[in-house]
Design a protein around this ligand. Sequence first.
Ligand SMILES: *Cc1c(COP(=O)(O)O)cnc(C)c1O
Length: 357
Amino acid sequence: MRAFNFSAGPSTLPLDVLEEAQRDFLDFSGTGMSVTEISHRNKAFSAMVEEGEALLRDLMNISKDYAVLFVQGGASTQFAAVPLNLMHNKKADYVVTGNFAKKAFQEGKLYGDAECVASSADQTYTYIPELSNIPFRDGTDYVHICSNNTIFGTRYPEFPKTKAPLVADMSSEILSREIDVNQFGVIYAGAQKNLAPAGVTLVIARRDLIQNPLDICPTMLQWKVQDENGSLYNTPPCFAIYVAVLVLRKLKKLGGIKAINQINEYKAKLLYDFIDNSSFYTNNVVKKYRSIMNVPFVTPNAELDDAFIKGAAKEGLVSLKGHRLVGGMRASIYNAMPVEGVKALVEYMKKFEKENA
Ligand SMILES: *Cc1c(COP(=O)(O)O)cnc(C)c1O
């Protein structure tokens, strides 16, 4: 039986996409070769990269002013690529709303005067700082935020208006809700949460901002070089890109981001409503900042949390253990988590509560 996989990443992919990849695994696009064997310079593959870019432009309404890149190294490598491409004045502001935001900030400090201008660490990252009160500095090269905080289960309901270009790590929510790309200088996202298997990272970058990477920027991290080479400067993660394209085709067929967002809102509401109406389960996040992708929660004590996770796994509800920084449980309910998975989780939560309250 296929599990309902609530892993934060790598995470569940649509079953029909996996089946299609399996069906075509030995013969990609009639080439008589597997997509894992084919040259990335083969037309059949480069057409796939072009289609991926075109689908992203279509789904996210990305103009020609932006480059759309498939790169490697995960979102964590982009923590360095951001300052290496943008930090000409060696000055950048960071909003620290969780562990990944903090890591990005620490990486930024390696290259210049990076400052944490707002943080929600005082309340263990259970909220997003009030945007109108953030003391952004003048003369910065960019402002960095993490739009959805995977570990703590928060997200920005809206984004700050900044003088400097806004850079956002959207790894755990890319393609899950409608956003206006034009509000951002750069968006990046490791694909292994909402888009593809691990190995590929998406970068959407305003072209006018990326023409002068710092002298010390490695060639591989120069977005300009990746853009000039259509993401084929070197051997890309072919299989991950291929699966990403299958996922994007499916999303388009479904009706795009608006359609998936409605489903995501519905799934999140099922879970949050149940938690809020229960005196047994708790989610600590300030309501208006709750993520619709990552839902952390606890029972009354850590022993019950353990029992909950073990019992859930027996019923095919897996990877519900919270991140080690917060403990408890976390249900990651990305685009590919079916509604039935969330319903099954809520049913199990009811049962567990009855048996243990
Ligand atoms: C998972 C995650 C990362 C780390 O991604 P890698 O691809 O493993 O480097 C960074 N930021 C956010 C918001 C994440 O959810």
